[in-house]
Design a protein around this ligand. Structure first.
Ligand code: ZN
Length: 323
């Protein structure tokens, strides 16, 4: 039997998804459950096993060559453990060993969700054809991953590209990570909303005080809402400029709910980037929206495994831009 598929797992604080992914990035079979995030570790693992069993029940399981896992972080790919912030039952949880009990002798590759999203955008999305890219998710948190010299760069433990926890405000607010003034502490959705409310912005009659509501107000010209997005854009720009200066980026891809604000975020971000990315080799970096939406985690988990294990041909794994 020709083994040409990767079984992908995407594990987050709200959902656990799985799919069989082929060498063109198509999802052939899929399964998804809610994450019982407040339950004990064994219960959460039971849900992972349930979605894997759904895949195994399909006729295509015999074509599976490897397993790719993208998990909310922190992860430790070097010893196969995960400690997702939003899943307290999993601390140093031996996810790779547990998955292997269900999947048998297949090779398993674990990466953080930011790295998985990056693999997906490099393979099929907005970073395709670029050899040096930073891909970011700006949502409840701020995550990311790097492509360097044409290859995914997961780092030793699978966490490289954690741009959300670069400090851009030296004496800034304490971040959940323990540092101060992190990009995430300023630019994540909840922090955009918090800053707006603290500055006097008030939600409309529906009471919606999320970053999406702040974005809608900003689009309607509300100066307090605009100012909160401006500050988020400034933090993102400083973090991107630092990264571009360190490793020379061609493109920065931004996805996640906050990126859904479109030009409300991207316009001030490009403007702020001109303030911070000033050296000749950093000024050319392009900032574009992500192209893969809900399936990026699954496609990326498969892509990361395929690249790490050399499963698909170079043409399939990382196609060059043809047009
Ligand atoms: Zn932090």
């Amino acid at each position: 039997m020709h083994t040409d598929l990767v079984a992908a797992l995407d594990i987050g604080g709200t959902k656990i998804a799985a799919a069989l992914v082929d060498g063109d990035g198509r999802l052939l079979v899929r399964a998804q459950r809610s994450t019982p995030a407040r339950e004990d570790g064994a219960t959460v693992m039971g849900v992972v096993n349930a979605v894997l069993e759904e895949l195994k029940a399909s006729g295509d399981w015999s074509r599976v060559r490897a397993v790719g896992i993208g998990s909310a972080g922190p992860v430790d790919a070097s010893n196969g453990t995960v400690s997702p912030v939003n899943v307290p039952g999993w601390r140093g949880f031996p996810l790779v060993a547990e998955v292997t009990k269900t999947t048998g002798p297949l090779r398993v590759v674990l990466v953080g969700d930011g790295v998985a999203m990056t693999a997906a955008e490099h393979w099929q999305g907005a970073a395709r054809g670029h050899d040096n890219a930073l891909c970011m998710v700006v949502s409840t948190g701020v995550g990311g991953g790097l492509v360097l010299n044409g290859r995914l760069h997961p780092g030793i433990t699978g966490n490289a590209g954690h741009i959300g926890h670069i400090s851009v405000d030296l004496d800034g607010d304490l971040c959940a990570c323990g540092s101060h003034g992190c990009v995430e502490r300023i630019a994540s959705g909840p922090n955009i909303a918090r800053r707006a409310v603290e500055s006097g912005w008030r939600p409309g009659p529906d009471g919606d005080a999320t970053a999406a509501a702040v974005a809608a107000s900003a689009q309607a010209g509300d100066p307090l809402a605009l100012s909160s997005f401006q500050r988020a854009a400034q933090a993102l720009a400083a973090g991107i400029a630092a990264t571009a200066t360190l490793v020379e980026l061609e493109v920065v891809v931004i996805g996640g709910g906050v990126a859904g604000a479109g030009e409300t975020l991207f316009a001030p971000l490009r403007e702020q980037l001109r303030r911070y990315a000033t050296l000749s080799f950093a000024t050319g970096v392009e900032v574009v929206p992500a192209q893969l939406a809900g399936d990026a985690g699954l496609v990326g988990a498969a892509a990361a495994a395929a690249e790490a294990l050399g499963l698909w041909s170079a043409r399939h794994a990382m196609p060059a831009r043809t047009a």
